[in-house]
Design a protein around this ligand. Structure first.
Ligand code: B16
Ligand code: MG
Length: 211
């Protein structure tokens, strides 16, 4: 029996990937590394530190830990500048309605995001009260595809993994859910999910609870 939904943030509820892209691209340009849409695609669901390591590897660059810290701080400042300009109703189609309908159907709701900025984004949207638990990049130590983020979400909802469904847009996130023993709704294309849709506007919580 499904009793809980665990939502990834970027790519499922909001489209902050566009801001991550611009901020990483600005950093890559300063380092003389090419960074395009294809590279950005591979960073979905990947933590900030791991994203930087991948960009440096693509560019064949090796820098000290202190320099890495410097670039991560700068990238995040640029990212936050963009997020601050994001309208408070700038969420993906159907996301707000789906969250509210899930709660109305008696399903517990948690966030399972790699982002350290997740609380700030949810605050901007006024969505904090819609969640029973928030698990994000400030809470977990292991990045997706490690299942930690979703196992911790289930634990905080006081549910077993098999009682939860994960909503994910990234391959790393889908794999994390599988490793955690949860069913997965994939948002987007080409994901190895139990159900694949283009967005939350194509679904009702009842359809998912019957998976
Ligand atoms: P931050 P999600 C992920 O969010 C993004 O998809 C990924 O591109 C980003 O690097 C990661 O969060 C860390 O974000 O720099 O804000 O801590 O999809 O797991 O909600
Ligand atoms: Mg995502």
């Amino acid at each position: 029996m499904i009793r809980g939904f665990l939502f990834d943030l970027d790519g499922v509820l909001v489209d902050t990937a566009q801001y991550h892209f611009l901020a990483w691209q600005r950093m890559a340009a300063e380092l003389g590394i090419h960074f395009g849409e294809a590279e950005n695609e591979q960073l979905k669901g990947v933590s900030r530190a791991e994203s930087l390591n991948r960009i440096l590897a693509w560019g064949g660059k090796s820098i000290s830990d202190a320099e890495k810290q410097h670039w991560m701080t700068l990238k995040n400042e640029w990212y936050l500048e963009l997020v601050r300009g994001m309208p408070a109703d700038d969420y993906l189609p159907g996301a707000h309605e789906f969250l509210r309908a899930s709660r109305a159907a008696g399903i517990k709701v948690a966030l399972g995001s790699a982002s350290k900025n997740a609380p700030l984004i949810l605050e901007r949207l006024g969505w904090i009260p819609l969640f029973d638990a928030l698990v994000d990049g400030n809470v977990v130590t292991a990045s997706k595809p490690d299942p930690e983020v979703f196992l911790e979400g289930a634990r905080r909802l006081d549910l077993k993994p098999e009682e939860c469904v994960v909503f994910e847009d990234s391959e790393a996130g889908v794999e994390a859910a599988r490793r955690g023993g949860m069913k997965v709704v994939g948002i987007g294309q080409g994901l190895d999910a139990d159900l694949l849709v283009t967005g939350l506007d194509r679904l009702t919580p009842e359809q998912v609870a019957h998976l």
